[in-house]
Design a protein around this ligand. Structure first.
Ligand code: HEC
Length: 164
């Protein structure tokens, strides 16, 4: 006999986890409170060097970002202050892209596709950039916001997706 109270509380917590991406636990792992390194991160993050992105590519990315993305994602890519709160109308607020959100949970391919296609209908106001930005501009804007990620978030991203 299943304990229904237990069962429904498990369902409830599964449901509250579903809407966003797989958030908080790993955010904390990548961005531990100052002075409190996460044991998991400390144990698993290997020493890696970040690839050097040519300055002119970063400059293109910064320009694209300031012109087309900053109005929603914030001038420092910090996101909307309430981005984590599940919206009553289902429309998510712009998350940070500076490494304190969950953009680093997604492989580069996913990021490119999301930027091209924008929010799924009814999920947010993210515009589709396909046809408005070139592939090079999209690549550059991703490099630019990745340059803001703390090393730990960047390395976990690379490890997770075996990025080149
Ligand atoms: C009109 C507001 C708006 C503009 C302009 C905008 N975004 Fe967004 N963006 C959003 C919202 C809202 C979401 C979350 C929506 C969702 O989940 O569907 C989002 C989500 C994203 C995500 C997914 C992040 C994650 O952690 O899952 C990326 C990447 C992104 N935006 C990049 C960009 C880039 C790059 C630009 C500029 C070229 C841009 N956005 C311009 C509103 C905007």
């Amino acid at each position: 006999m299943i304990d229904m109270r237990l069962f429904s509380s498990v369902l409830l917590s599964a449901a509250t986890l579903l809407p966003g991406c797989d958030v908080s636990k790993e955010d904390t792992a990548a961005n531990p409170a100052p002075g409190k390194p996460s044991p998991r991160t400390a144990a698993t993050a290997p020493v890696m060097h970040r690839p050097r992105v040519p300055p002119h590519v970063l400059e293109i990315g910064r320009t694209v970002y300031q012109k087309h993305c900053a109005a929603c994602h914030g001038d420092k890519a910090q996101g909307h202050p309430q981005w984590r709160i599940k919206p009553a109308n289902g429309m998510w607020l712009p998350p940070p892209l500076n490494g304190s959100g969950h953009a680093w949970h997604h492989p580069r391919k996913w990021l490119v596709a999301f930027i091209k296609e924008g929010s799924p209908p009814g999920k947010g106001t993210m515009p589709a950039w396909q046809g408005k930005l070139s592939d090079q501009e999209i690549e550059a804007v991703i490099y630019w916001f990745q340059s803001l990620w703390p090393d730990k978030a960047y390395f976990l991203w690379r490890q997770r997706d075996k990025q080149p």
